[in-house]
Design a protein around this ligand. Structure first.
Ligand code: 6PG
Length: 232
């Protein structure tokens, strides 16, 4: 696992976009990227859209989604469209929204993922996945104590997130099969959870479990988010 710390959020976004672009240039003959939702990665996506890449060959999907219509203010796909997807000719795969059927929406998406993500011996094998971290240690929509954390024979499921309602999320199984996992974390509010996760090998926060299981995990942090870490 690699940890890189940048002086501020702007430098983090610029460096993350450059590292993503470098990966997409060499990933494979069919580069894919799973986007994180939330606010943190927006600046990275806005930087990424100005970088010259073989966008026509690149498939973009969502590592998780809120169970809302695609034009809803809370939709991760809407954020991704506004920040990146509407500005590049990549192939975008938003999570389908079947009203009143979160499980069916997730199952339909898992079938779609299998149609364009490479398939390895263990099933679907994403290339690069981007993830954020919540202050409670969740990543994607794998929240502490939620049922999806224990799902091992599916790649994408509906997950009840309490007050946040239904979420649609990659499972541990799907995320851990990715060839590269990139966490992008910014801000002083995340410093305690980042210190918990990166400072304690026994952390059982969902983001820690995903990072631990990853084939190749990299954490990109700004100084504020890294404030609780000690580097020897
Ligand atoms: C989501 C994200 C979620 C996010 C974290 C951090 O749907 O919200 O996928 O996992 O990455 O909650 O969110 P912020 O970047 O907004 O702090």
């Amino acid at each position: 696992m690699r940890v890189r710390v940048f002086r501020d959020a702007a430098h983090l976004a610029e460096s993350a976009a450059d590292e993503i672009a470098a990966w997409l240039r060499v990933d494979s003959d069919r580069p894919t990227i799973g986007l994180a939702g939330g606010r943190t990665p927006q600046a990275t996506y806005e930087r990424l859209r100005s970088i010259r890449l073989p966008w026509d060959d690149i498939h973009i999907w969502m590592t998780d989604e809120r169970f809302v219509p695609p034009d809803h203010a809370e939709s991760n796909a809407r954020m991704a469209r506004e920040a990146l997807v509407d500005h590049v000719p990549a192939v975008f795969h938003p999570v389908p929204h079947r009203p009143d059927d979160p499980a069916g929406s997730a199952a339909a998406y898992e079938e779609e993922l299998a149609r364009f993500l490479p398939i390895g011996p263990g099933g679907i094998q994403p290339g690069l996945v981007l993830l954020g971290v919540g202050e409670d240690g969740h990543t994607a929509s794998l929240f502490p104590g939620s049922e999806a954390l224990d799902v091992d024979r599916r790649g994408y499921v509906a997950n009840w997130a309490g007050g946040l309602g239904w979420r649609l999320t990659s499972t541990m199984s799907l995320l851990s099969s990715a060839r590269r996992t990139m966490f992008i974390v910014s801000g002083a509010g995340k410093a305690p959870i980042v210190a918990d996760i990166l400072g304690d090998d026994s952390s059982d926060h969902p983001a820690a479990l995903v990072s631990e299981a990853a084939r190749d995990a990299v954490w990109l942090l700004d100084r504020d988010a890294a404030a609780g870490l000690s580097f020897d």
